[in-house]
Design a binder for this molecule. Structure first.
Ligand code: SF4
Length: 475
């Protein structure tokens, strides 16, 4: 994966100036919270279900080795093969080897964040394989040579006109009029992809879950493309993270009831398929060869640490859709495959903190992400945890370190601390200006927080510091 997260601030500024992206994000801010709330409100046992989901994910992670081996043995019993990859590069080499073994030239894929994480398309293309994404959003960004900007809606940042232009550039068709209508684009993409589906030698999917009890790889999509990828080519390869395993079908049922509701505000996604190995002798269709590539890529290093909780993530995207930072700047600003609150916690574990230290800082810690997470991941605590590590490792700016040291010193001297805060509150009131309804607001400060005051202001403190006002209220 091409990691560029050190540029977060420049990328965020660029994202704020992109009208198409901003329109899409505005739509997301308006629609997604309401859709999710309505879907979950219709679930009478939502809180209990969330507890069960968290417990089932914790149980699987606490016994990860056991359930992965159980999954492997069931896949083998069904005639499939399981491959273990310690790193992204190893996973890429395994998949490339399997494609070569199959004598493949054409590969089709359904959407998979793990394959984005390990840069699989580039690895396969370097071996001369022709790789085509079949999820509509992924197909669009593949034509445009881009990476996904959202884990479920990868082409969120692309306008309809830009989709039409990409199709006109890449689809060899004679036209009498420009392609401007969404329905026509959909039909055209479907026609183009049908031929690709038929000609493919290998199909590569991710897996939303792996079920240890039955050896199933679970594919959840709204387009049904993953089912074609898994069943039409002679070889099906599942590439997924080791943390995706769940113990039983009952656990899967609990997670599926929460996944689509949290993601898109629907009771279920359109297609949920459980794949169990290659075609059997009694079956008329399906792949002759079935492989599962289990990718570690930094995940096992989180086990047994407080950061293990991020491995509960089921990639529903609710934390992105509700995050005031993600919904302002979109996914590309993060420069990592995974964006939003879950990405800011996961990316440092996968890519290392040296290139991702700005991501945990890209959060207001408002807590919405934890509140909406269907598996109750304490994202704000994990973000603070990475921030502490970034500070200790020297990945923050010298000015920031000096400010924190000053704050720490002041906080250790309570009398002085109260005096300075009192002075600061008085100073802020002095620079404030009259606003509506007798309020006073601070519009700018000399030398500091210019970025903040460029787009918003602050209410002026009334009656001294918070501590002084608190003390004054005590009986
Ligand atoms: S962290 Fe929680 S809310 Fe965010 S994608 Fe993962 S499961 Fe969904």
């Amino acid at each position: 994966m091409d990691v560029k997260t050190a540029d977060f601030r420049q990328r965020a500024r660029a994202a704020l100036a992109q009208p198409t992206l901003q329109r899409s994000l505005q739509g997301m801010r308006r629609a997604m919270p309401a859709l999710r709330s309505a879907a979950l409100a219709a679930l009478p046992d939502h809180a209990a279900l969330r507890d069960r989901a968290r417990e089932s994910r914790d149980h699987a992670l606490a016994h990860l080795g056991h359930y992965l081996v159980a999954f492997e043995s069931r896949v083998r019993a069904a005639g499939g093969e399981v491959h273990w990859a310690r790193t992204g590069a190893e996973a890429g080499a395994i998949v490339a080897g399997l494609c070569e073994r199959a004598g493949a030239r054409r590969v089709i894929k359904s959407k998979s964040m793990v394959t984005e994480e390990i840069g699989l398309n580039a690895t396969l293309a370097a071996r001369g394989l022709q790789v085509t994404e079949t999820d509509l959003g992924e197909y669009i960004i593949q034509l445009r040579g881009e990476s996904p900007s959202h884990i479920l809606a990868p082409a969120l940042h692309v306008s309809l006109a830009e989709v039409g232009a990409a199709f006109e550039r890449h689809h060899r068709r004679s036209r009498t009029a420009p392609l401007t209508e969404a329905g026509a684009m959909l039909v055209e993409a479907r026609e183009e992809l049908r031929a690709v589906f038929r000609a493919a030698d290998v199909g590569i999917t991710g897996a939303n879950f792996l079920v240890a009890e039955t050896g199933a790889a679970v594919l959840v999509t709204n387009e049904g493309n993953a089912d074609l990828v898994a069943s039409l080519p002679a070889t099906h390869i599942v590439v997924t993270g080791i943390e995706k395993v769940v113990a039983t079908l009952d656990d899967l049922g609990v997670l599926l009831r929460l996944l689509a509701r949290s993601a898109i505000g629907e009771p279920l996604s359109s297609y949920t398929t459980l794949v169990h190995g290659p075609r059997r002798a009694t079956e008329a269709a399906g792949p002759a060869a079935f492989h599962v590539v289990l990718v570690d890529d930094g995940r096992s290093a989180l086990l047994g640490t407080p950061r293990q909780e991020i491995l509960r993530c089921i990639r529903c995207s609710a934390c992105l859709n509700h995050c005031p930072v993600y919904t302002a700047v979109g996914g590309h600003a993060y420069g990592s495959v995974y964006s939003g609150p879950m990405g800011a916690v996961l990316a440092p574990a996968i890519d290392g903190l040296a290139t991702t230290a700005q991501l945990p800082a890209a959060s207001t810690l408002c807590g919405r992400c934890e509140a909406v997470c269907p598996v109750a991941i304490p994202l704000p605590r994990l973000l603070r945890d990475w921030r502490g590590e970034a500070l200790r490792a020297g990945f923050t700016t010298p000015a920031w370190r000096r400010s924190l040291r000053l704050w720490q010193w002041l906080a250790a001297h309570p009398v002085l601390y109260r005096f300075v805060l009192g002075l600061a509150a008085g100073g802020l009131r002095l620079v404030s200006v009259p606003a509506r309804r007798g309020e006073r607001r601070i519009r700018r400060l000399p030398l500091v927080a210019r970025g903040w005051f460029a787009v918003r202001d602050l209410p002026a403190p009334e009656g001294g510091s918070f501590q002084a006002r608190w003390r004054a209220r005590q009986p």
